[in-house]
Each structure stands twice: as C-alpha cells, then as structure tokens.
Design a protein. Structure first.
Length: 233
C-alpha cells in the first residue's frame, strides 16, 4: 500500500513539474491591457453561480451559443470557479449553474472527495488560472455516499478499488451517525461536503495561502436532483 502511494505521489510530482513548467507560458495577466474575465472577488463568483442555478432551477437558462468564442477559448481560459463535484451523470456543473464553456474548471470523482490528483488540479486552477472560488458540490441520492453508509452500518463488502474510494467517505458517515437522522445518507452527504471543504481550505498549504490572503474562498453546496436547486452547506 505504501509502495503504491509512493509511486502515485512520484508520478504526480513528475506530471506536476511538467504541468507547472508548461504553465509558465501562460500570459502574465498583471501586464495585460484589460483584466481577465475571472478577475473578480470570490463573493462575486459565488453570486454568479447561485444566480445561474436559480435560472436553471426555474427552467429559464441562458441560451448558449457554444460555437461563439471558440477561437478565443483555444488561446486561454478564465474560469470564474473550480468545482469539485461527483462523477454522477445527472450532475453537470455547467448546466446546474447555467455557465458557458470556459466558465468552470471542473474536477469530478465519485463522492466528490479530495484526493491527491484532485487537490493538484485545484491547486493548478488557483495558482495558474486565477480562480477566485472553489466549490465542493455534493448531491442528493449519491451512490458513493450510500455505499459508504452500507459499509459502515452493515459491513458491506465492495469489489475492485471501490473500498479505497469509500474509505475517504466513511469519516463523514461516522460523524453524521453521531447525530440521529431519519436519512443518514442525506446527512452524510452534507457532512462529506463540509469535511472536504475543510481539507481544502485549511489542510492544503497552497490553497490555504490564497484563502488566508482573501484571494480565494472555498465553499460547499449540495445539489438536489429533483428540484434542481443547490443548497449552500
């Protein structure tokens, strides 16, 4: 297990070095004539997301011309937020928040959990793309959280690499179970978002530096699939 983790970290460091070297070719926005589209405050970025979610939930989304701006997008990207979301096919952040191509930097993994690759991706978004906001986005009826509940409550056995994924969600289930709730899966979904927000905002040195300086905010939300609305955590 330790050997595998070492190899994973070593590969990440090699890939990260190449990624950051390539990022040096990105434009220096401070020298630009006009600020980039994501040169906004974290609060403004969050407001744009929630306004967009309101439009989506009301079935009044913006009509996007995805061909417009294609050439400009090939040269650079200016996402207003990074989303750590679940891989669930029903949860597409661009649609949920009614945003256009290039507006969101999305990292998706079942259970919207923080792992080394995901953290590195979010660090890249903050450090090199100037993203002012990170949102951890959980959702109702999450299969990964439901599986974690079964593992904790019933000692269920899962195949393949699923136990490794579930291990990162189990602490949220255990914490949620301390407060009796009619729907443990729903409570664990909110707790899982809270714990991952905390990990990113306080435990990651690079992201924490931007948070401390007030340049980045890390928030959490849960998307209700049936209503289409995102509730802040």
């Amino acid at each position: 297990m330790l050997d595998a983790l070492f190899l994973t970290r070593r590969r990440l460091m090699i890939a990260g070095g190449a990624l950051f070297s390539a990022a040096k070719t990105l434009p220096v926005w401070a020298a630009a004539d006009t600020p980039p589209a994501n040169a906004i405050s974290p609060d403004e970025a969050l407001q744009r997301l929630m306004d967009g979610n309101g439009r989506y939930a009301a079935n009044k989304p913006t009509v996007h011309d995805y061909s417009a701006g294609r050439v400009a997008r090939s040269k650079a990207q200016f996402p207003i937020a990074a989303i750590l979301g679940c891989a669930d096919s029903r949860v597409s952040p661009e649609i949920v928040f009614d945003q256009a191509l290039g507006d969101l930097f999305v990292v998706r993994v079942a259970g919207n959990t923080v792992n080394v690759d995901g953290i590195a991706s979010l660090e890249y978004a903050v450090q090199f793309l100037g993203v002012p906001l990170i949102m951890v986005l959980g959702h109702s009826g999450c299969g990964a959280v439901a599986a974690a509940v079964k593992v904790v409550k019933e000692n269920a056995k899962l195949p393949g690499h699923l136990p490794e994924l579930i291990d990162s969600i189990k602490p949220a289930v255990v914490a949620a179970a301390l407060h009796p709730n009619e729907n443990l899966t729903a409570a664990a979904t909110f707790e899982n978002v809270r714990q991952n927000v905390n990990r990113l905002a306080t435990n990651d040195v690079l992201i924490n530096r931007f948070v401390t300086e007030g340049k980045v905010k890390v928030v959490g939300g849960v998307y209700e699939i049936d209503s289409g609305r995102v509730t802040m955590v």
